[in-house]
Design a protein around this ligand. Structure first.
Ligand code: WQD
Length: 345
């Protein structure tokens, strides 16, 4: 039987590259679109090193309608699209909201139009726990109401889901939206991982760069929250587990199992972990001491958020396999490998 073909937009990014690897391992054929705005070409070679085959790669910006049409005219018989390509820096999105609406929504609309024209039915959408804002109840379930988004980035994920839901209601597409909690860690080969440009905003890359001596001191953003140790609680998930949720979603879409054309799943571990617990786990499992200090709260941070993942466990038939130890050790292995390759530090 011919291999099914998946288009992965943003396939050289952090989650996209790990998902590409898991798709290839599961027997899918992958085509990647990436504009290289927040990723690097050597990741494509590393995917080949891990999988033994190189996905077809197109460098293009998804908000370029003409180029996207040319792409679909060339690449026929796509069975499903996984749409990662988007801007994701929460802070930047407040300074440059139009960049985020253009990159995250205009490109989604272009993609959906192209899919309609080319009769491609299946799409997996990268959504985010950020759609819940600061929730009233924990853990959050998929129908926990959205709170007003705290950033333009969050708005684009809320609006993206809404656009997809409305288009799916016309039965033109089948969609699975995955709401990611906090993806961390790296492929066990240490050939893929997170490559932030400039000083990282997210906790784990800051921790690894601080441990590597690239950043001076890690600042814990507040220890006066109403949480067990006073620091914020999040649901950290290993990126390889997250990648596998995409493979399961493609299987489900291609097997026509999606109910009413649209489904949404929380993708986390279900465990709330504090900032201090991340630091302690990193120190313990990597046998390294971190220099950190307690600083002020970061504006816009929810005190605590973690997922109820029972729907994904049951319906997607997916569950996490990797724990905190694998998250902090794989992130560190990757950091050690790229230590001399950090750009724009
Ligand atoms: C985690 C915790 C910080 C840095 C964001 C987006 C979300 C998703 C993931 C996707 C918080 C604390 C952080 C530091 C710290 N985005 N922290 N010192 O804010 O939960 O989620 O990234 O692309 O949509 O909102 O993740 O990693 O920034 O922070 O103390 O130097 O670590 O306050 O409690 P966040 P994060």
């Amino acid at each position: 039987m011919d291999k099914k073909k998946i288009l992965v937009t943003g396939g050289l990014g952090f989650i996209g590259s790990h998902t590409t690897v898991e798709l290839i391992k599961a027997g899918y054929n992958v085509v990647i679109i990436d504009d290289l705005s927040n990723s690097q070409l050597f990741i494509l070679d590393n995917i080949e090193k891990i999988c033994g085959s190189k996905p077809t790669f197109y460098q293009l910006d998804m908000s370029d309608k003409e180029k996207l049409s040319e792409f679909f005219a060339k690449e026929k018989s796509i069975d499903a699209v996984i749409h990662f390509a988007a801007s994701k820096a929460v802070g930047e999105s407040m300074q440059k909201p139009l960049k985020y609406f253009r990159n995250n929504l205009y490109s989604l609309i272009n993609l959906l139009k192209s899919m309609e024209v080319n009769k491609i039915k299946n799409i997996v959408f990268s959504s985010s726990a950020t759609v819940y804002g600061d929730p009233d109840e924990l853990p959050v379930i998929e129908n926990t109401p959205f709170k007003p988004a705290l950033s333009a980035y969050g708005s684009t994920k809320q609006m993206g889901e809404e656009i997809l839901q409305k288009v799916a209601a016309t039965k033109v597409i089948d969609c699975i939206a995955l709401r990611y909690f906090n993806p961390v860690g790296a492929d066990s080969s240490a050939l893929l991982g997170e490559l932030p440009i400039g000083p990282p905003n997210n906790l784990m890359p800051f921790v690894t760069q601080a441990a590597a001596g690239i950043r001076e001191q890690l600042v814990v953003f507040g220890n006066d929250y109403n949480t067990p140790d006073g620091t914020c609680v999040r649901d950290y998930i290993h990126v390889t587990d997250l990648a596998k949720a995409h493979v399961r979603s493609c299987d489900r879409l291609i097997n026509n199992e999606v109910q009413n054309n649209y489904e949404v799943f929380n993708i986390g571990t279900g465990n709330g972990i504090s900032v201090l617990q991340i630091i302690q786990a990193f120190e313990k499992y990597n046998n390294i001491k971190l220099d950190y200090t307690i600083g002020k709260r970061r504006p816009g941070d929810a005190p605590a958020i973690y997922a109820d993942v029972s729907l994904a466990n049951k319906v997607l038939g997916w569950k996490t396999e990797l724990g905190l130890k694998e998250m902090v050790t794989s992130a560190w292995e990757w950091q050690k490998k790229v230590i001399h390759n950090i750009l724009n530090t």
